[in-house]
Ligand binder design. Structure first.
Ligand code: BES
Ligand code: ZN
Ligand code: ZN
Length: 509
């Protein structure tokens, strides 16, 4: 864990000093050196330092310099000045914090902000400090755990008072988002035997009751799920040793404004995905404890938005079950009537996420919200088309799709919109039921998932679908995420959607 102190510490703590890489031919002050440094005072002191010759100040490069008995400077490369962006700041600072052996250090915040727009730079700086120190070590032997517990770092800030003041203002909301992301990572990383649907629902209920007093928590158990006619959720749950759960959280803002909307989040909560009778091969099954990533992601965004007093009414719906094999499991070829009344031919029991989401989306529409956002680790095809780096985006309302693209860009999270065309819609027509749960093999798998879900959106309620199959874990390229395991990517974007004041385009639809 890293602790960010929003103060300057008087003692001589090592100073983290950002540096830019100089273009080879550039003339002027730093022409002889491949490095330029906005902090001239420090720079003068260290310029002759020998090792500096090997330091190119490329993004994420660090160099610890010992200037005297108790005097250190940690140089941090930020790459070329012309290419400096908030994301370069976020990644470079995170990489430095992760790598350094220093337990205490002070950030030269003015130099870090450089010529970037101040609000975005502050957001990136806080993200780097607050998101990077995550560890999941509850299953490590105690000795190791103790060693890792010492992996705490204290970060202090040095810079102009006005800038520190601005950082202080942004800090509380950023801290709530970071805490929520850590919680989502804990849920996703938890082992599947522990985090089964009954226990998962209980954990969310306890967390909401403890931290979100304004939120009404309802957990539907099997009998109520049956009463709700959620036969698709029940079908996926049929072979399970555990009951399904359907968590319904509702937040009403204290002060509603004329711009306030009712936003509904839906998250896939498959606590483990074996594939069911359409069994996954062993290698593909590993990692499927994370198939509840959508539910953890939307719950985290919900939690942080509630604690940041969002002006919007927000509902969070989390259908939960595992997808396993057993004598009671549904067979491929089964036809099941959804809550919406649409019959679904289940030709592949491994396409189960869309089944539980279908019932949840239908339930969501009954609440007559202004916007529904779902998040799900829905398709392996998403990783094939967009890699681990990019989240797939679909929806039925281009105006709101543009809004989430904008929010993702503000947060430096990658989204890419997939097409939704009638040919794809035709591909899920069934000969014996209304629709089938898969399209043609190896064809547009992610978008097929999208058009399937679209069928369950009633009354043209604006809806966004995020396929987070790739981004939900193993973000080796992002130093502010653990290189292995849950990432919490998309929490910040969804949170921004929940906090956004202006939804004018929704009213003009
Ligand atoms: N949970 C998987 C999708 C997934 C795969 C997420 C890899 C993360 C990493 C989903 O339930 C699934 O199995 N989808 C099938 C759909 C297919 C049968 C149409 C898939 O992607 O193979
Ligand atoms: Zn599956
Ligand atoms: Zn799945």
């Amino acid at each position: 864990m890293y602790t960010l102190h929003l103060t300057k510490k008087a003692s001589q703590l090592p100073l983290l000093t950002p540096c830019f890489a100089q273009a080879a031919k550039s003339k002027g002050a730093g022409a002889n050196s491949p490095v330029s440094c906005p902090n001239e005072k420090v720079w003068k002191q260290i310029k002759e330092y020998q090792t500096l010759h090997h330091f190119k100040a490329s993004a994420q490069e660090t160099l610890l310099i010992n200037l005297g008995p108790k005097e250190h400077v940690l140089l941090l490369g930020l790459g070329a000045k012309e290419k400096y962006t908030p994301e370069v700041l976020r990644r470079s600072l995170a990489a430095a914090l992760k790598k350094t052996i220093l337990k205490e250090l002070t950030l030269d915040v003015e130099a870090l902000v450089g010529s970037l727009p101040v609000p975005e730079a502050i957001a990136a700086l806080l993200d780097a400090c607050l998101l990077t120190g995550y560890q999941f070590n509850r299953y490590k032997k105690s000795a190791t755990t103790a060693a890792q517990a010492t992996e705490t770092k204290n970060i202090y800030l040095d810079g102009p008072a006005a800038l520190i003041e601005k950082i202080k203002k942004s800090y509380p909301a950023k801290l709530e988002v970071a805490k929520a992301i850590f919680l989502a990572r804990d849920f996703i990383n938890e082992t599947p035997q522990t985090l089964h649907p009954e226990h998962y629902a209980q954990l969310i209920e306890q967390d909401a009751k403890k931290h979100l007093p304004k939120v009404k928590v309802t957990v539907l158990k099997k009998a109520q799920i049956q009463r709700e006619q959620m036969h698709l959720l029940l079908a996926v749950n049929a072979a399970s040793h555990y009951e399904p759960r359907f968590v319904h959280l509702h937040y009403r803002p204290t002060k509603k404004s004329p711009q306030s909307k009712h936003l509904v989040l839906v998250g896939k909560g498959i606590t483990f995905d074996t594939g069911g009778y359409s069994l996954k091969p062993s290698a593909s099954m590993v990692g499927m404890k994370g198939d509840m990533g959508g539910s953890a992601t939307v719950y985290a965004a919900f939690r942080a938005a509630v604690l940041s007093q969002s002006p919007h009414e927000i509902t969070c719906l989390l259908p939960m079950t595992d997808n396993t094999v057993g004598p009671k499991g549904i067979f491929p070829d089964a036809i099941v009537k959804s809550r919406a009344g649409i019959t679904v031919e289940i030709l592949n029991t491994d396409a189960e996420g869309r089944l539980i989401l279908a019932d949840a989306l239908d339930y969501a529409c009954d609440l007559k919200p202004d916007l529904i956002i779902d998040a799900a680790t829905l398709t392996g095809a998403c990783i094939v088309s967009l890699g681990k780096e990019v989240c797939a985006l679909m929806g039925n309302h281009q105006g709101v799709i543009e809004i989430i693209k904008e929010e993702a860009k503000n947060n430096d999270e990658y989204l890419w919109q997939m097409p939704m065309i009638d040919e794809y819609r035709d591909d899920i027509k069934s000969k014996t039921a209304d629709i089938k749960n898969i399209g043609s093999p190896m064809r547009a798998g992610t978008a097929i998932g999208g058009v399937f879900l679209e069928k369950f959106i009633k009354d043209q309620i604006p809806w966004i679908h995020l396929d987070i199959a790739g981004v939900s874990d193993d973000q080796t390229h992002l130093p502010y995420c653990p290189s292995h395991g849950a990432s919490g990517i998309m929490v910040r974007t969804i949170y921004s959607m929940l906090m956004r004041a202006n939804y004018q385009s929704l009213s003009n639809a």
